[in-house]
Design a protein around this ligand. Structure first.
Ligand SMILES: [Zn+2]
Length: 307
């Protein structure tokens, strides 16, 4: 029996009332927004990365039903943090070329730590260069800002900038003050009947972040490093608790995958397109991207695709 006629029959059996049919309620919820989340491509010149990126893009574009857009989850290129200007330009140019030639879907970009130029250059750090830091990646990907939002159907996507320079060295995962202020206002502006998905490069909450090094501390503690998960989670969760529309958070960065539910919110850490930086699997996680399905009742579903 064809699905449609089965539903019609079931509706008739239910007394002809459209509202009364649980089957119809089920089909209504089936209405989804489908999105491909490709994180940690880590593109660099070479056969494996170039072909791999193109393959993942083609795979995402050939899904049935099709996806509405792609989210680049960040760490698009191998590294700009410690790379000189020429090497950074080569990587960004290559990424843009492959994206232009191999993809026709809209793309929303997220900044990853490795997309930031020059923070870790040891000598003659180019701090006065207009492209220093996040300016280059924002410009390259024509982003509205380093953090921004957009709406598709009933879903409001807020793309965050996870990576902040840490005074004590390296980088730290958190929202800086101006971003936090913007973010709080942004959440308040979302209509009550809409749903929110947060997109961040570094996970806001993740257990993989604590398993990344596959070891415990000498005293037995299992640690989560400041650059592997949002250090402001404890304060963010208070804001989240007052935001019933917030249903899910998606991230990359860890090159591993997990799926958590914490206080009614789903947290998906979606692995890496490059796997182990284009050398197979990382901690047993094969190269992958995620198909995210956003239902119009606020539910979400993730499918990991080892493309
Ligand atoms: Zn990263």
């Amino acid at each position: 029996m064809k699905r449609k006629s089965f539903i019609q029959k079931a509706t008739t059996l239910a007394g002809g009332s459209l509202v009364a049919s649980p089957l119809l309620a089920f089909t209504e919820r089936k209405k989804t927004l489908r999105v491909a989340h490709l994180s940690d491509i880590h593109l660099k010149p070479g056969m494996e990365p170039e072909k791999g990126m193109a393959k993942a893009l083609h795979h995402a574009q050939n899904l049935h039903p099709g996806v509405s857009f792609i989210i680049n989850g960040g760490d698009a290129i191998m590294d700009a943090l410690a790379a000189d200007k020429q090497k950074t330009a080569t990587q960004f140019d290559l990424f843009k070329t492959i994206l232009k030639n191999e993809n026709s879907l809209p793309v929303h970009h997220t900044i990853g730590n490795h997309d930031i130029w020059g923070w870790f250059i040891k000598e003659n750090r180019p701090e006065d260069d207009p492209q220093y830091g996040k300016a280059w990646v924002v410009d390259t990907f024509e982003m509205k800002n380093r953090y921004y939002s957009f709406t598709q159907q009933k879903w409001h996507f807020i793309v965050l900038d996870s990576t902040q320079l840490n005074a004590a060295g390296g980088y730290i995962a958190r929202l800086d003050e101006p971003q936090l202020e913007w973010f709080t206002k942004e959440l308040e502006s979302v209509p009550k009947d809409h749903f929110i998905c947060l997109v961040s490069h570094i996970p806001i909450l993740s257990i993989c972040a604590g398993l990344y090094f596959e070891k415990t501390e000498a005293n037995g503690d299992l640690m989560i490093k400041r650059n592997l998960m949002h250090t402001d989670f404890l304060s963010l969760r208070k804001i989240f608790a007052n935001t019933p529309q917030l249903k899910c958070c998606i991230s990359g960065h860890i090159h591993m995958q997990d799926e958590l539910t914490y206080q009614g919110i789903k947290y998906y850490c979606n692995g890496a397109v490059c796997g182990n930086w284009w050398k197979g699997a990382f901690n047993n996680f094969e190269p992958a991207y995620a198909l995210m399905e956003f239902y119009d009742d606020g539910h979400t579903k993730r499918t990991i695709i080892n493309y």
